[in-house]
Design a protein around this ligand. Structure first.
Ligand SMILES: [Zn+2]
Length: 336
């Protein structure tokens, strides 16, 4: 695993703060790292663990050479523990057994370092029993034990857990930073910039958009938008599109909506004559073809509708029914 701060992209403010805490020996015994998925919170937590456990840290940074650092780099440090959700049928949960297992391990004396560090990843997936069990430990963590909880949703944690942790908030990454990470992974500059525009601050999200599934979702959104601009939505199209879109899962539909919203947004930018760059840099010719087909009012209404339905995804039980309802509303809106 990574233990050096300088291998982390972005989050300089967080890193500076954490390094200072290390230098001054003031790292809180329970920290909560909050922020959306896919921005590198865990990498930061691991670098912090490296600095805490290191035998000869330099200015709040792991030395990379001592037995502790070497053990961490080889993923065999006996005083470093990570609790991860167990994943079943696509959703993860941290159960009480996982917390108890960790507690048994930290009850023993440390072996390689004076300290011990526990990372609890996706802490929001702890069920109530697991949370209550953890609570006792972070209330009295013992001298040299450090907990770093990582979460994408503070609201999903028990108040009692939140109140005992020092919070460290992580912002989404800027489009420039995401683009440079993508470029390092061999993606062309144009494409990297384009994907970064959709990525919502998350490298993980950008990578999802770049895989085959992301590309096919983008094309599906483009086709649907094209049907809207040509007002080709009859009832047959409603059922066909409803069936197609209704077969996606929630995550896929969330992405589909993001693409669709970006298409509408680009049309509005073109209307405004503003110099703001378009999201769809790659399909610029198609984007230009669409221009003027829909009025500004129609576009604004479509945007509102798409945002509303994207928000409904969270609560929706039948995605197919929901998408049919969405398409019918789009059809009505365009016929007004
Ligand atoms: Zn070291």
């Amino acid at each position: 695993m990574n233990i050096l701060w300088n291998s982390i992209v972005g989050h300089q403010g967080n890193i500076d703060r954490l390094k200072l805490l290390c230098r001054e020996n003031k790292v809180p015994h329970a920290m909560l790292f909050c922020g959306i998925d896919g921005i590198g919170k865990k990498k930061v937590a691991q670098a912090l663990a490296g600095a805490i456990l290191c035998h000869n840290p330099v200015h709040g940074t792991a030395c990379g050479e001592c037995p502790s650092c070497k053990a961490l780099l080889a993923d065999i440090h006996p005083d470093f523990f990570q609790v991860l959700p167990e994943v079943k049928a696509g959703s993860g949960v941290i159960r009480i057994d996982a917390i108890r297992g960790m507690q048994e391990k930290i009850a023993r004396l440390p072996i390689l370092s004076r300290q011990r560090v526990v990372i609890i990843d996706d802490a929001q997936t702890m069920n109530e029993a697991a949370s209550n069990c953890l609570l006792k430990t972070i209330e009295e963590p013992g001298e040299e034990i450090y907990f770093i909880l990582i979460t994408n949703s503070v609201m999903a944690l028990l108040d009692t857990i939140i109140s005992r942790c020092t919070r460290e908030e992580f912002a989404g990454l800027s489009a420039d930073v995401i683009s440079s990470v993508l470029e390092q992974q061999g993606i062309s500059k144009d494409k990297a910039d384009y994907l970064a525009g959709f990525a919502d601050g998350s490298v993980h999200q950008a990578m999802l958009l770049n895989d085959e599934e992301g590309i096919s979702l983008q094309q599906a959104a483009m086709q649907f938008f094209s049907a809207c601009t040509e007002k080709r939505l009859d009832m047959e199209a409603v059922w066909n599109e409803g069936k197609k879109l209704g077969s996606y899962d929630k995550g896929q539909l969330k992405q589909w909506f993001s693409f669709y919203i970006m298409l509408i947004r680009d049309q509005l930018v073109l209307y405004s004559g503003s110099q703001v760059p378009l999201y769809n840099q790659i399909d610029i010719r198609k984007i230009n073809d669409f221009t003027g087909q829909l009025t500004q009012l129609e576009l604004i209404r479509l945007l509102k509708l798409a945002r509303e339905y994207q928000g409904r995804l969270r609560y929706s039980v039948s995605l197919r029914l929901m998408m049919e309802s969405f398409i019918i509303k789009v059809k009505d809106l365009l016929e007004d």
